[in-house]
Design a protein around this ligand. Structure first.
Ligand code: B12
Length: 293
């Protein structure tokens, strides 16, 4: 493995552990006992884990969250990973149809592509393998000037509507409750909605306050609902860094997590908030596990 490959999504074990919330010891045990991870080697002999390894860790953790034993969870994870080559062409076709439809601003075709994907694959697969990669790609194309603001607005609004459609009833049941909100001034809520959908799949109830939520109103809602987790999304530090007093107050009333690219500046001892970095699928498993510990 050369440096270029190492730079393209491969992780050393410490980084994989940090992003997944699984200790390095447990990762090594899963690798040894179940063959769950198949690391390559760096030129210096370090193990390097691929995005597929990271995905298997997320799937394994989600099975454990559902109460399976480690051996059962590993068997299912590996079976699913092996089935994937058969599914890959259908998934690739679905992604292609969705991309073509969104690029053509064709709402009907985009919904048809999403209908097909959702009938053929699990919500988690559609979110993790289609929606998140599509949004990332759109962001990159937009930044390079290859997608217009109209393209971006059309795609993000259509997907947002669809995600909130999937979210219908996500506050039902008797599982632990998560209260989700974007930081004051923050409009980027797509990753937060995806996170809520995955947490819902893990049996949680979700209350979603959406974009631009003042911290004092979030605190009021926290007192009313007594959630097992409050998650605030912030795409840049200035959305959240100025109000450590409110964050501290919030963290006293419920376990507080801050997510998104703006999170790191305010987490830690000063506020009592914890950071959720990495992708929303892994983050949901991390919050679920923290609640059980
Ligand atoms: C779609 C989009 C919008 C939409 C948002 C629609 C919506 N409802 O979410 C709209 C049009 C509203 C918008 C507005 C703006 N946007 Co904008 N937007 C984007 C775009 C193209 C995609 C963002 C997205 O959803 N990506 C998909 C998600 C899944 O990926 P992500 O954001 O990278 O998140 C990753 C992690 O950070 C993490 N994560 C993020 N949030 C969360 C939440 C949880 C709970 C968890 C667990 C993880 C997590 O998960 C992802 C990893 O898989 C990006 C471009 C880009 N390169 O990302 C810009 C971008 C985010 N926007 C940007 C900017 C500057 C703006 C505007 C200021 C533009 C303007 N001049 O008006 C406004 C600001 C609005 C505001 N006040 O918040 C910047 C942010 C830069 C910064 N860090 O400050 C970006 C990066 C573009 C850029 N290169 O300049 N935007």
């Amino acid at each position: 493995m050369n440096l270029m490959e190492a730079a393209s999504g491969y992780l050393q074990i410490g980084e994989l552990s940090r992003r997944s919330g699984v200790s390095t010891e447990l990762l090594r045990a899963w690798e040894r006992r179940y063959g769950l991870l198949r690391p390559a080697r760096s030129e210096g002999g370090f193990r390097l884990y691929s995005p597929q390894d990271e995905r298997r860790v997320t799937v394994m953790r989600n099975h454990l969250e559902r109460g399976l034993s480690a051996a059962q969870a590993a068997r299912l994870t590996l079976e699913e990973a092996e089935r994937r080559p058969d599914e890959a062409p259908a998934l690739a076709r679905g992604i292609e149809s969705l991309r073509d439809a969104l690029d053509a601003l064709d709402e009907t075709a985009a919904h048809t592509a999403l209908d097909r994907l959702l009938s053929d694959f699990s919500v988690e697969t559609v979110l993790g393998e289609v929606v998140l990669p599509y949004l990332h790609e759109l962001g990159e194309r937009w930044a390079r000037g290859e997608a217009s603001v109209a393209d971006e607005h059309f795609a993000s609004n259509l997907l947002r509507g669809r995600l909130l459609g999937l979210a219908r009833g996500w506050d039902g049941g008797s599982g632990p409750r998560a209260l989700l909100a974007c930081a004051p001034g923050e409009q980027h809520d797509l990753a937060l909605i995806v996170f809520g959908l995955v947490l819902r799949e893990l049996g949680w109830r979700i209350t979603f306050l959406g974009p631009d939520t003042p911290l004092d109103t979030l605190d009021d809602a926290t007192r009313t609902l007594e959630p097992a987790a409050v998650v605030i999304a912030a795409s840049s530090p200035e959305r959240i860094a100025g109000d450590e007093v409110s964050l501290r107050k919030l963290a006293r009333n419920a376990p507080l997590w801050i997510a998104g690219a703006g999170a790191s500046s305010v987490v830690g001892k000063k506020t009592g908030a914890r950071q959720l970095d990495g992708d929303p699928l892994g983050a949901a498993a991390l919050v679920a596990r923290a609640q059980r510990e």
